[in-house]
Design a binder for this molecule. Structure first.
Ligand code: SF4
Ligand code: ZN
Length: 163
């Protein structure tokens, strides 16, 4: 499916997975980013298809030399919010979808004070994995199962007392 992104220059066409929400990229990203280097090339360069590593490299190289790179990256992160990597599109500020997601996540964790309470091997750790769209690690799965078993046993005990 080909879709036109809101805010892109006329004729800027990018590929989007069907049905996915459009988040983020606008060329040039922000009116304040007047020196955006990506304005000088075909927008497609910044939306490489999976496997188009050479194209992605060109985009990254342009970003590397772009005078508004830092502002552009912040702009993208702000626009994308807590979107999952598959709901982020293109290369912005030199970072691809996954990289921007990881930056968002690292910042969120830092802001949360990297809670000691959701370390791996705990039930909160299990929920942290889930919230981040990851498969919980074995230690967290074990912790979750143990806690769940405990809760069920206590519930059974309460029932037995009530009966
Ligand atoms: S950093 Fe990259 S995506 Fe952002 S304005 Fe510059 S060239 Fe465009
Ligand atoms: Zn874990």
């Amino acid at each position: 499916m080909r879709a036109l992104l809101k805010g892109t220059r006329p004729g800027a066409v990018v590929h989007l997975p069907a049905g996915d929400a459009v988040v983020g990229f606008e060329l040039a990203p922000d009116p304040g980013l007047g020196d955006a280097l990506c304005k000088t090339v075909a927008p497609e360069v910044f939306f490489p298809e999976p496997g188009e590593t050479a194209v992605a490299e060109v985009a990254r190289e342009l970003c590397e030399r772009c005078p508004v790179r830092a502002a552009c990256l912040e702009d993208a992160l702000a626009a994308e919010g807590n979107a999952r990597p598959y709901n982020r599109y293109g290369i912005r500020g030199g970072k691809d979808e996954q990289e921007r997601y990881l930056i968002y996540r690292a910042r969120r964790r830092a802001a949360e004070g990297e809670k000691v309470t959701n370390k791996c091997g705990s039930e909160p750790g299990y929920h942290r994995h889930r919230r981040d769209g990851e498969l919980p690690c074995p230690a967290c799965r074990d912790a979750y199962r143990t806690r769940r078993r405990g809760r069920r046993a206590r519930a059974r005990a309460r029932k037995a007392v009530a009966a």
